[in-house]
Design a protein around this ligand. Structure first.
Ligand code: ME8
Length: 501
């Protein structure tokens, strides 16, 4: 089976921040987990470089949009590498291959009779590059997302007959109840559809920074259609001489609530209009907040992903974001909270457990894992964890799945305290019990670490190496016997002096 997962492509109108890193890390957790399950995975991320949001920023900075993109796209690429994303390709919408394919698909939509020429007048937000419907206008005639005043705009351009897809979209939502998850986001999208859909612009006349409309070079394709199409176009040119579309399409999309309408309404309609398969599904996550507001650099106390990773490593940041904020909901993050979870959970709960257990096997059994049976109580707590965990990640429950594993990590810590292997080691008669305890702990560590691998790719690799585990597939407790040689391990998460204070 193949699994194709995408992040939004980020506008090159500012430096990448933790919000962008969050989406990329989330998609990476899914990609890595699916690879462990033996799926043939393709993971895409990239940058959105056309349209008003970029053109206006370039104007403010006194550079061309192309220059702005050339400066910022590499920063987003660096961010992906920095958070240890295992993406298979990085798309830039300025790529030739993307533009060519966009024109082909848009031409197809035109040939299929879903495009006409007309005039549109309405309230417009240039930061969203979006005309707002009545229900999307906030108090004082402002944009609910950006808080800026909307402008009255009239445009003569090409229109996409979105209105004629109302019924097909309602049918899609009825047939595929998990097309948009979580449920409350699905309901939001569905009620937007049910309100009645108006046709939307497919092109822009004034703006020159975009992909030309194939049958009317005076116009450029509206940035949202060009951007959404990245998910489809990338497969056609990501590998030279090879079209991956057949292998991987349709995609599973990951995005935040700000761009729900484009993905859950416009995008499937546009694909239907082009005669292409609609996405496999999409998951909508919330915002990371600093205090009460959406994260932004100007607010200070920003948890900078680059700084945090330089100090604590990418695993720590990945872990913190998914553990702290219930995935799907908005949630606050802070530098202090990050440091505290690093200390209590990564360093103490997990890192100490690993080094203690390895040290005991080294000391009491010369580094060889004893052949034994798992302790029945622990076996009971671990029972079915792979199935439970996989089912949660199938629903992109990144936080609940992580919580499940963490409960087991804590259970193993309690097991050490309860069994006191250091006392058992003093008593010859307890040799069998000590074998069982050590075997159970090693198995527990192996099983939890395999599950944690997508969240903590660097440390999990180190630990699996020390455990002598070569396989990366998920495993239930007790599925491996003893006899293997382990190695001692230093601190997986060394203690650091807090940076805040
Ligand atoms: O909207 N919390 O690009 P964009 C969580 N180019 N996620 C956040 C976030 C926060 N505080 N801030 C940003 C665009 N994000 C278009 C997308 S896709 C075909 C085109 C993440 O640079 C989140 O994924 O404004 C959000 O949807 C995305 O960045 C918006 O990035």
């Amino acid at each position: 089976m193949s699994f194709y997962v995408t992040t939004p492509i980020y506008y090159v109108n500012g430096e990448p921040h933790l919000g962008h890193a969050y989406s990329t890390m989330a998609a990476d957790v899914l990609a890595r987990h699916m690879r462990q399950r033996g799926e043939d995975v393709f993971f895409l991320t990239g940058t959105d470089e056309f349209g008003e949001p970029v053109a206006q920023q370039a104007e403010r900075e006194g550079v061309t949009p192309r220059e702005l993109g050339d400066r910022l796209a590499p920063r987003f690429k660096e961010m992906a590498a920095k958070v240890n994303a295992s993406n298979d390709f990085f798309i830039r919408t300025t790529d030739e291959g993307h533009q060519k394919r966009v024109q082909e698909v848009v031409q197809q939509v035109y040939d299929n009779g879903h495009v006409y020429e007309g005039t549109y007048e309405g309230w417009y937000c240039p930061r969203c590059a979006d005309f707002k419907t009545d229900s999307e206008i906030a108090e004082g005639n402002t944009c609910p997302i950006h808080g800026i005043e909307l402008t009255r705009e009239q445009q003569d351009n090409w229109f996409f007959r979105l209105s004629s897809f109302q019924e097909p979209l309602e049918r899609l939502y009825a047939e595929r109840p998990d097309f948009v998850i979580p449920d409350f986001r699905r309901n939001e999208a569905l009620s937007f559809i049910r309100q009645g859909l108006r046709d939307v612009s497919l092109s822009r006349p004034k703006l020159k920074w975009g992909v030309p409309v194939p049958w009317d070079p005076e116009q450029v394709i509206y940035v949202w259609f060009d951007a959404l199409l990245n998910y489809y176009t990338a497969l056609s040119y990501a590998r030279e001489g090879k079209d991956l579309t057949e292998t991987y399409w349709p995609a599973f999309h990951l995005l935040a609530k700000d761009i729900l309408k484009f993905h859950a309404v416009y995008w499937p309609a546009f694909l239907m209009a082009a005669g292409l398969e609609v996405p496999r599904g999409m998951v909508i996550h919330g915002y990371l907040l600093m205090g009460e507001s959406k994260m932004s650099k100007s607010l200070g106390n920003v948890l900078d992903p680059f700084d945090a990773i330089d100090r604590y490593g990418s695993d720590a940041l990945r872990f913190y974001c998914f553990r702290e904020v219930s995935f799907g909901r908005d949630g606050a993050v802070s530098a202090a909270g990050f440091e505290s979870r690093y200390e209590t959970e990564l360093a103490n709960d997990y890192g100490n457990l690993a080094s203690r257990v390895l040290a005991m096997v080294d000391r009491y059994r010369d580094g060889t894992v004893p052949n034994s049976e798992a302790d029945p109580a622990i076996a009971e707590d671990f029972k079915g964890i792979v199935t439970r965990f996989s089912a949660l990640l199938d629903k992109t429950e990144l936080t609940v799945a992580l919580d499940e594993v963490w409960t087991l990590v804590r259970r193993l810590n309690r097991f050490v305290e309860e069994t006191r292997p250091w006392d058992l080691a003093k008593d010859e008669d307890e040799a069998g019990r000590l074998d069982q305890v050590l075997y159970t702990l090693i198995e527990g560590l192996r099983v939890t670490t395999l599950l944690l691998l997508p969240y903590l790719p660097v440390s999990a690799e180190r630990l699996l190496g020390a455990l002598g585990e070569e396989d990366r597939g998920l495993a239930e407790l007790g599925s491996r016997g003893g006899g293997q040689q382990i190695e001692r391990l230093g601190q997986l998460f060394p203690k650091l002096e807090p940076a805040t204070g």
